[in-house]
Design a protein around this ligand. Structure first.
Ligand code: SF4
Ligand code: SF4
Length: 163
């Protein structure tokens, strides 16, 4: 897209964030999270200065095998929501539907229904106030996480639309 519009990518950098893919692993403890977030903030400040100073670097190419695997993974995401279940602790608040970035959750008679257009981002899982959404049988006892600087209002579609 950049090339098509006459631009070139000049600077690449990575910022390690807290891994929140609880389908595979547990969230780190609070101390580790806090350390990671402090480091991320320092790095983000550095990157932001680099951008302001118009710095450039050599941007590495994505590994071929990783690219292939990622493509396969992405194509399997839409239906991953068939593994979601909603526990009776659901209070029918509708938050899961509001934080879903792709309108994949309909609320029917107060309860979420997944529409198989999922991006497997797990926002619904992490933001459900009752931890009522589970993926297979692996997420039940895993703690939920969201970045402490991000509020629920930030995640709501209406807010995103307004930006
Ligand atoms: S966010 Fe959780 S409690 Fe609220 S409707 Fe969705 S599943 Fe139920
Ligand atoms: S919030 Fe993410 S994981 Fe949940 S249904 Fe929407 S796209 Fe899928």
């Amino acid at each position: 897209m950049l090339k098509e519009n006459g631009y070139e990518l000049k600077l690449g950098s990575g910022i390690q964030m807290v891994s929140n893919y609880i389908c595979e692993y547990s969230i780190k403890d609070d101390k580790k999270i806090s350390n990671l977030l402090s480091k991320a903030e320092l790095k983000a400040n550095k990157v932001s200065k680099d951008i302001l100073n118009k710095k450039s670097n050599k941007i590495g190419k994505t590994n071929f095998i990783y690219k292939k695997l990622y493509k396969k993974y992405i194509s399997s995401c839409a239906n991953q929501d068939r593994y979601f279940s909603v526990e009776d602790s659901c209070i029918e608040c509708g938050i899961c539907s509001k934080v879903c970035p792709v309108n994949n959750i309909d609320i029917e008679e107060g309860r979420p229904r997944f529409l198989h257009n999922c991006e497997h981002c797990l926002a619904c899982v992490h933001w459900c106030p009752k931890q009522a959404i589970q993926w297979k049988d692996v997420t039940k006892d895993r703690k939920r996480y969201h970045n402490p600087n991000v509020k629920l209002e930030d995640m709501m579609k209406e807010t995103i639309k307004d930006i």
